[in-house]
Design a protein around this ligand. Structure first.
Ligand code: UT7
Length: 337
């Protein structure tokens, strides 16, 4: 950090989850699977699924209003909105544009960032630069996805994994030079084909044929992503902690991407972080894409598991294939509820 830069803190956090709960038992009636298989292979018991009237921007709006209220920041003072999503309301305009209008954040810059499960940490790193450089005072960062909309409900290998959610954070300058301490982002595009939605873009525009071939659904090579994840999480966490000038003993709470309990446990073991410092909610929500980290961080803060003074390490992986790890020192600006 140079002398004319300043610290950047999270001032408010919010989350939104649809009411409808889809249990493993219900999935047993939809595809050839079992509660036992899903629990032991993934750690998921249930997930939330949005109703047909809800779009991604609706969950993003709910999470944003909560985060802004908690930060005691009026929507009119937001200068930039970044929405991380792979399930925007529509191809364009951006979901951030729709959100900006609904929030009444008049004149704020707004754009979407499309990087999948690493989306929240990517968006946080981008937003941080604007605040650190004094370009903006207040930035709203949201990750929201309705993966249920691009899930193939006939594919048992993927449909048991995902859920819908959104999480939001308000970023503003911190009193001191702490706050977001370090990030490490990266990507290996040679593995892009392991996790994708093939149609709907310029390569395969929507046609009768693409619909018939089920190309508008998420396709995943789970084993390959699994292998990538264990290594990427370990390596990126180590680099982010090193950049923050800390050791893993300094981490009060580890928030891993909630994709698979086996990946979470393997990464915690590799990093030497004891289980009681690992935040897990995959059992209740499944993999909610970019929303896993902000939803988990919000819950951990609401439950008093983390608060001002704590160091949080968040680590994610996903489509790209990419990774992102961030170390955040929670400051006094994130007030207790
Ligand atoms: O946010 C990033 C997104 N992606 C991920 O994080 C995914 C990472 N990968 C994973 O989490 C795991 O690879 C999965 C949970 C997707 C799959 O677990 P796995 O232990 O890698 O299973 P597998 O793909 O090797 O499949 C083992 C068996 C297969 O049967 P056979 O060939 O051994 O007879 C599958 O057909 O399990 C079968 N299987 C299922 N059985 C019951 C696959 N899905 C299911 C299912 N229910 N839902």
């Amino acid at each position: 950090m140079t002398t004319d830069e300043r610290g950047v803190s999270i001032w408010g956090l919010g989350r939104a989850l649809p009411e409808r709960v889809l249990t493993n038992r219900e999935l047993e009636t939809m595809v050839d699977t079992s509660d036992e298989w899903i629990k032991t292979r993934t750690g998921i018991s249930e997930r939330r699924i949005a109703d047909e009237h809800t779009a991604t921007s609706d969950l993003c709006y709910e999470a944003s209003v909560q985060a802004l209220e908690r930060a005691a920041v009026p929507a009119e003072s937001v200068e930039l909105i970044i929405v991380a999503t792979v399930t925007p309301d529509m191809v364009f305009p951006s979901t951030a544009s729709l959100l900006q209008d609904r929030l009444g954040a008049e004149g704020a810059a707004a754009f979407d960032l499309q990087v999948g499960c690493t989306g929240f940490l990517y968006a946080l790193a981008v937003a941080e630069q604007f605040v650190r450089s004094s370009a903006y005072e207040t930035v709203l960062v949201i990750a929201g996805d309705l993966l249920s909309r691009i899930t193939d409900w006939e594919d048992r290998a993927t449909c048991v994994l995902f859920g819908d959610a959104a999480g939001a954070a308000v970023l503003r300058p911190s009193g001191g030079d702490d706050g977001i301490l370090a990030s490490y982002l990266g990507n290996d595009g040679s593995g892009a084909h392991h996790l994708q939605m093939p149609a709907g873009g310029s390569r395969h525009p929507a046609r009768m044929e693409t619909v018939k071939k089920r190309m508008h659904y998420l396709k995943m090579n789970g084993r390959e992503v699994f292998k990538f994840a264990v290594k990427a999480m370990g390596d990126s966490a180590a680099e982010a902690v090193r950049r923050a000038g800390l050791t893993f003993d300094d981490i009060d709470c580890y928030i891993p991407h909630q994709a698979n309990i086996r990946i979470i446990d393997a990464s915690a073991k590799r990093l030497g972080i004891p289980r009681e410092r690992v935040y897990v909610n995959i059992d209740r929500y499944g993999n909610t894409s970019g929303a896993t980290v902000p939803v988990a961080l919000t819950e951990a803060w609401e439950d008093g598991i983390v608060g001002p003074g704590d160091n949080v390490l968040a680590v994610t992986f996903g489509a790209g294939l990419g990774w992102a790890a961030t170390v955040i020192h929670l400051t006094e600006e994130l007030r207790h509820l």
